[in-house]
Design a protein around this ligand. Structure first.
Ligand SMILES: [Ca+2]
Ligand SMILES: [Ca+2]
Length: 354
């Protein structure tokens, strides 16, 4: 009898795990292929061989690019060297990526940059906020951009018990930002279980020197985050739920959900077109190929543009799509005056003239 019970429990557990794995692989769209959509003039950018995870472009056309991310569970082709921040001037005819020097007094050896966000103060000073994973922990680093010297002066490291497994941030004031947490568990095995069981325990938090609080919960895996041009709305990508949540921002910094846009693709980082307010989403059309990397059958890339997101009938169009022959694992797309940069998980970024 005892053996029968054990066998029954074991069988039921295996069936549950099998069912969950199947649901998980379906959820990360293991088999979806994309039709090519490629602007005429595109080329891969030299110097960004170790990845180009997140990109933020200033109103002046200077683009910041985070490179060299090492992230648990993701393949990495980067040599074991620290991450870097690159700069590109999109006003130039043939813009080149140039590494930004970082001031002394900051542990550059453990620099592992992830999501980034720029902030321009009232006195025109430019700050770059960077999600950092030194020794696989999560901090937010604040740098002052010194344009003349093409360097970053490290000002501050922010840590907090709620700042765990941080993916991306969007800065909304001096030391005021929203950040996404992409896993509840920081242990690799538990975070894998969390994905399989689809626990929806991740969140968006608000950080300020006075107050740190969770402002939106129930995400499967909250990932990219950005704000509308008027800063009244916050857009959050839930990568494994394959959607974007449109949230309204209140005076006390709390968020309420207005709507969810299902996109059927794994949505990573978000940016907003400064000319139109459209959302640009860097997406992974086939997540399984990203997790289990095979050079013979690499992961593809997909960039979506969402127009009139606050209206009753937003439209979604494909700006870029490729099956991996040109660009693998697109994470972000950012535009400036008819030019577009597309970043990727572990390879070079793509520069396109639209
Ligand atoms: Ca970002
Ligand atoms: Ca991301």
């Amino acid at each position: 009898m005892g053996k029968l019970v054990v066998l029954t429990v074991l069988g039921a557990t295996l069936a549950l795990i099998g069912e969950r794995l199947l649901a998980f692989s379906g959820k990360i769209t293991s088999s979806r292929e994309v039709e090519s959509v490629e602007p005429q003039t595109c080329h891969l950018i030299e110097g960004l061989e170790n990845g180009s995870e997140d990109i933020d472009i200033l109103p002046s056309g200077l683009a910041f690019i985070s490179s060299g991310l090492k992230y648990p569970g993701m393949p990495t082709f980067a040599p074991d060297e620290p991450g870097k921040i690159f700069l590109m001037d999109l006003n130039e005819q043939n813009p080149k990526a140039q590494v930004l020097e970082i001031s002394d007094g900051f542990d550059k050896q453990s620099f592992n940059p992830h999501g980034i966000s720029t902030f321009i103060d009232k006195d025109r000073t430019v700050y770059l906020y960077v999600v950092n994973h030194p020794h696989m922990k999560s901090t937010v680093e604040i740098f002052k951009f010194e344009e003349q010297q093409r360097s970053l002066k490290h000002l501050k490291t922010l840590k907090h018990e709620l700042l765990k497994s941080v993916n991306d941030i969007v800065v909304v004031g001096p030391e005021h930002f929203y950040a996404t947490r992409d896993h509840y568990f920081t242990n690799f095995f538990l975070s894998f279980l969390e994905m399989i069981l689809d626990l929806h325990w991740t969140y968006v938090l608000f950080y300020s020197p006075r107050e740190v609080k969770i402002v939106a919960k129930g995400f499967s895996s909250a990932n990219g985050i950005t704000t509308s041009l008027d800063q009244k709305y916050i857009y959050v990508a839930d990568v494994t739920a394959r959607n974007i949540r449109i949230m309204e921002r209140h005076d006390n910094w709390n968020l309420t959900e207005l709507k969810v846009m299902q996109l059927g693709t794994l949505v990573d980082n978000l940016t907003v077109d400064p000319a139109t307010g459209d959302i640009l989403a860097g997406c992974h059309p086939n997540g399984m190929k990203l997790l289990v990397y095979n050079p013979e059958d690499p992961p593809g890339s997909e960039v979506l543009r969402i127009q009139n997101v606050l209206s009753d009938k937003p439209t979604v169009s494909t700006v870029y799509a490729n099956n991996g022959s040109v660009l693998q694992g697109s994470t972000v797309a950012s535009v400036y005056r008819g030019k577009m940069l597309i970043g990727t998980v572990f390879h070079r970024a793509l520069y396109c003239v639209l």
